[in-house]
Design a protein. Structure first.
Length: 273
């Protein structure tokens, strides 16, 4: 049997999923023990007990200054910014992507502009955003929108243009106008790719969020990481990084499950292909 045709069982697949993480944990443990044996005060690779103490301090002990549980306050602030920006980006991307893909006049007008904006590094215009929108929440949300929205528009435009021409011709033959074709024919087929596109841009959205919070914020996961970096507090930084990765993984999983539940016909077709 060829290797490409060999599919692992469910138990084997779970084992293979966990194997790289287990290897990384072992490597970190060995490296940390070696560094701490040489220098017990080393901060680069803290011991697991230091992580436990830091998590207890940040998540389950009120701050002496504010009385807040810092990890949960930071998480709530970051998620509010991220979810708002991603939601707005998905809505704009869906509307402009379908319109550009369906209407040649709109595509000729807006597609070059969207392409040009998508090629501008969002971090390069971060100072402009702070000047125009201030140092509040709006500038951070706009940074994420500018970073991922053009990508969503271009992806959904291509998805719309790749729909079978026969479907559109049959709908026109049956008397449907452009609006009806968009709503009844195009939109149901574009929603699953929209969720897939959002999943692919989540990593970039988190990147822009952390960058915005690091420069101008008073709370948030990115703010906290860059605040304590001056103390080389890796026992706090690494758990925060892992917490961000876990949040991103949960969001990606929820979107995947939502897509599978809402559009089983789409995923069934993909499996057949």
């Amino acid at each position: 049997m060829r290797l490409m045709n060999s599919k692992p069982s469910r138990a084997m697949r779970l084992t293979l999923n966990l194997l790289p993480f287990a290897i990384l944990l072992v490597i970190y443990t060995l490296a940390s023990d070696a560094r701490l044996l040489e220098n017990p005060s080393d901060k680069l690779l803290p011991a697991w007990s230091s992580f436990a103490d830091a998590i207890e301090r940040m998540a389950f002990t009120p701050s002496k200054r504010t009385g807040e549980y810092l990890l949960w306050v930071d998480t709530l602030a970051s998620l509010q910014r991220l979810l708002l920006a991603v939601g707005i980006s998905a809505l704009i991307g869906l509307i402009l992507g379908v319109v550009n893909g369906m209407l040649p006049v709109m595509r000729a007008t807006f597609s070059p502009l969207v392409t040009a904006i998508s090629l501008i590094p969002p971090m390069a215009i971060l100072p402009v955003l702070f000047i125009v929108f201030g140092l509040g929440e709006l500038s951070k949300v706009m940074l994420i929108i500018i970073g991922i929205c053009p990508i969503l528009i271009r992806d959904l435009q291509q998805r719309t243009q790749s729909l079978p021409v026969e479907q559109l011709l049959k709908a026109q033959t049956l008397g449907a106008n452009s609006w009806q074709i968009m709503i009844r024919v195009v939109l149901p087929q574009i929603l699953p790719p929209l969720i897939s596109a959002v999943r692919l841009t989540l990593g970039s959205a988190w990147l822009f969020l952390i960058a915005g919070e690091a420069i101008a914020a008073t709370e948030g996961l990115g703010y906290r990481i860059f605040l304590i970096r001056r103390y080389l507090a890796m026992d706090v930084i690494l758990p925060y990084v892992l917490w961000i990765a876990l949040l991103a993984f949960v969001m990606d999983t929820l979107l995947r499950l939502l897509s599978a539940k809402a559009f089983p016909w789409y995923h069934g077709k993909r499996e057949q292909e």
